[in-house]
Design a protein around this ligand. Structure first.
Ligand code: DP6
Length: 323
C-alpha cells in the first residue's frame, strides 16, 4: 500500500469558464485563462488498500458521507479504469486556505486528487494527462495542474480538453488581493449556476464571443506585462459573466450587499491614481489585481473600509508537486 501525497494550488480565472458543453465529460463551452495563486492550496494523500470495501474520503479530518464524495469517487473510478487497479482507496485531503476565507477549493482539491490518485495507482502520467483527469472532478481544476498563467483549451473531446501553461514562472511584479466579504458556502453552486446560464440566458451566445475576444487580447497583454490591458479585460470579463446570472431565468446573483460597495472602493482607488482591477467568481468576494508597488495602498484602503482580517494577499503560485 503506497501512499502518495500531491499538493496543488488554487487559481483565479481572468477569463472565466462559465458553462459546460458536455456535463459527463466536463467539456466547457469556451476556453478560459487563469493565474495560479501561491496562498491557497490542497494537500491530498491517496493509498489503495485491499482491506477496504468502499472508498474512504476525508477532508480536513472529516470523513465524507458517500453522497458528498460522488465526484471524488468518480475520479478514483477513472484512475482504476486507466490503471487496472481494483482496490478502493483512502483519500485524505487538507485544504490550506486561510480560515473562513470563503475561497473556492475545488480547483486545488481535484488537481491534488488527480495527481495523488494517479501516482498511487502506479500511473506515470504527464501533467497534460493529469489536467485531463482533474477536469473530470471540477472544470477549474484542469488549470491548477500548472503554475502561473494557464489556459484551459476547451477542446472537442476528452483528449483535447486540457490545460496548457502560458507562462509558468511569472516574473511580473503583480499581486491578487482577496477581499473576503462572506466566508460561507455559496447557495448556488458554480455547477448549477453555469448550467442555468447556458440554458436560460439569452446573452449566452454573446458571452462565447466575448470570451473568444478576451482570450485573444489578454494573452499577448500578459506576455508583454501590460497591466492596464490585462486589468481592463479581466474586470470586464468578470462582470459579463455575472451578467449571465442576472439574465438567467430565474435570475440570481452571487453579489451581496457589500459587493457593490467593494467595487466602488476599487473604482475610487483607481480614480485616485492607484491602478487596480477586480474580479469575482461564484460568490460575493472580490479579488483585486494590482501591481506590487501599489500593494500597500490597496491593502490599507481595503482594510480600513472593511477589516484587516478580510484582506489576504496572494501572488502567482506553482503547479502540482508531489511531497
Ligand atoms: C466562476 O470549476 O467550480 O470560478 O466544473 O462545475 O466544478 P465545475 O465548476 P467550477 O467553476 C468555476 C467557475 C468560476 C470561473 C473559473 O474558475 O473559470
Amino acid at each position: 500500500m503506497t501512499a502518495v501525497t500531491a499538493r496543488a494550488h488554487t487559481n483565479i480565472a481572468l477569463v472565466k469558464y462559465w458553462g459546460k458543453a458536455d456535463t459527463e465529460l466536463m467539456l466547457p463551452q469556451t476556453s478560459s485563462l487563469s493565474l495560479t495563486l501561491d496562498q491557497f492550496y490542497t494537500d491530498t494523500t491517496v493509498s489503495f488498500d485491499d482491506s477496504l470495501t468502499s472508498d474512504d474520503v476525508a477532508i480536513n479530518d472529516q470523513r465524507l458521507a458517500p453522497a458528498a464524495s460522488v465526484k471524488v469517487r468518480h475520479v478514483l473510478d477513472l484512475v482504476r479504469q486507466q490503471s487496472g487497479e481494483t482496490r478502493f482507496a483512502h483519500v485524505a485531503s487538507m485544504n490550506h486556505v486561510p480560515t473562513s476565507a470563503g475561497l473556492a477549493s475545488s480547483a486545488s482539491a481535484f488537481a491534488a486528487l488527480a495527481g495523488a490518485a494517479s501516482r498511487a495507482a502506479g500511473l506515470n502520467q504527464s501533467r497534460t494527462e493529469l489536467s485531463r483527469l482533474a477536469r473530470r472532478g471540477s472544470g477549474s481544476a484542469t488549470r491548477s495542474i500548472f503554475g502561473g498563467f494557464v489556459k484551459w483549451q476547451a477542446g472537442t473531446d476528452d483528449a483535447s480538453s486540457v490545460a496548457v501553461p502560458i507562462q509558468e514562472d511569472v516574473t511580473w511584479p503583480i499581486a491578487m488581493v482577496a477581499l473576503v466579504l462572506d466566508p460561507h458556502h455559496k447557495k448556488i453552486s458554480s455547477t448549477q449556476g453555469m448550467q442555468s446560464s447556458v440554458t436560460t440566458s439569452p446573452y449566452y451566445p454573446a458571452w462565447k464571443q466575448v470570451v473568444a475576444e478576451d482570450l485573444a487580447a489578454i494573452t499577448p497583454a500578459i506576455l508583454a506585462q501590460d497591466f492596464t490591458t490585462t486589468g481592463e479585460i479581466l474586470e470586464a470579463n468578470a462582470m459579463r459573466m455575472h451578467a449571465l446570472t442576472l439574465s438567467a431565468n430565474p435570475p440570481y446573483s452571487y453579489f451581496n450587499g457589500e459587493t457593490l460597495a467593494a467595487i466602488a472602493t476599487v473604482q475610487a482607488l483607481r480614480a485616485s491614481g492607484i491602478a487596480c482591477y477586480y474580479t469575482l467568481d461564484a460568490g460575493p468576494n472580490l479579488k483585486v489585481f494590482c501591481q506590487e508597488k501599489d500593494l500597500g495602498a490597496v491593502t490599507t484602503r481595503l482594510a480600513s473600509q472593511f477589516s484587516a482580517d478580510q484582506v489576504i494577499v496572494a501572488h502567482p503560485g506553482p503547479g502540482i508537486t508531489f511531497l
